[in-house]
Design a binder for this molecule. Structure first.
Ligand code: SF4
Ligand code: FES
Length: 247
């Protein structure tokens, strides 16, 4: 297949960026999307040009590093699929595919398709942890948790911190991400001690980082590669008001 690429090139956080056209020849439908970019980059390096910078780590959809916009959609056209799990068989010979980094004030572009998602780390640092000593695995297993509660907590814990929810939201809200972390811990016994402080601190950090508010549009849920539900945002709002009233 021949694929025409329009790629956002930006040499640094303060540099101006622009879309640059490339052509990827002899693309196999069995290639992953990032393998196709690897081949394009090998050709750029041979010509003495700068390769296209993109982030990736696991290539298994579990680390959250790889995300960018593919034809305007975070992570590309496949539901519940990260860019690193996307394959070229999803595209047709002769297609034009536009690649851009996440667009959000709280995610500044570092280079080409890579953004700084440090704001997510700082939200976690504000309260996304438990400081209860639960001991080793046998002690942890001695705390009985109902099956439905455990399943719900695990569903929320699926969030990989990729930032697609922010990129899809017209308000660049981080509500789906933060609510997944808050709900996961609020459901478990180990998360009870800091429950109130956690939601207040994490929501406060989210606002301070420059993310927008949630206006219940649902784009975040639609593009989330891990199927994080909007119900987490409703749960976060309940947690928030409960913490304020108990303060
Ligand atoms: S909620 Fe979904 S889209 Fe948002 S950071 Fe987590 S995994 Fe990514
Ligand atoms: S490289 Fe880890 S989720 Fe894509």
């Amino acid at each position: 297949m021949k694929i025409h690429l329009r790629v956002w090139r930006q040499s640094g956080p303060k540099a101006a960026g622009r879309l640059v056209d490339y052509t990827a020849d002899d693309v196999s439908p069995d290639m992953s999307f990032l393998e196709m970019l690897d081949v394009v980059n090998e050709q750029l390096i041979k010509k003495g040009d700068e390769p296209i910078a993109f982030d990736s780590d696991c290539r298994e959809g579990i680390c959250g590093a790889c995300g960018f916009l593919v034809n305007g959609r975070p992570h590309g056209p496949d539901e519940r699929t990260t860019v690193c799990q996307l394959h070229m068989r999803r595209f047709n010979d002769g297609d034009t595919v536009t690649l851009e980094p996440w667009r959000a004030r709280a995610f500044p572009v570092l280079r080409d398709l890579i953004v700084d998602r440090g704001a997510f780390d700082r939200i976690i640092q504000a309260g996304g942890f438990t400081s209860v000593n639960t001991g080793g695995a046998p002690d942890g297993n001695a705390i009985l948790i109902g099956r439905d509660t455990a399943e719900s907590a695990m569903d929320s814990a699926q969030c990989i911190g990729c930032g697609a929810c922010v990129a899809a939201c017209k308000n660049a809200s981080a509500a789906l991400f933060a609510s997944a972390k808050i709900t996961h811990l609020a459901l478990l016994p180990q998360g009870q001690i800091e429950r109130g402080a956690r939601v207040l601190d994490m929501v406060g950090r989210m606002d301070a980082e420059g993310f927008g508010s949630c206006s219940n549009e649902g784009e975040c849920e639609a593009v989330c590669p891990k199927g994080i539900s909007l119900r987490n945002i409703a749960a976060m709002n309940r947690e928030f008001w409960r913490a304020l009233l108990e303060k």
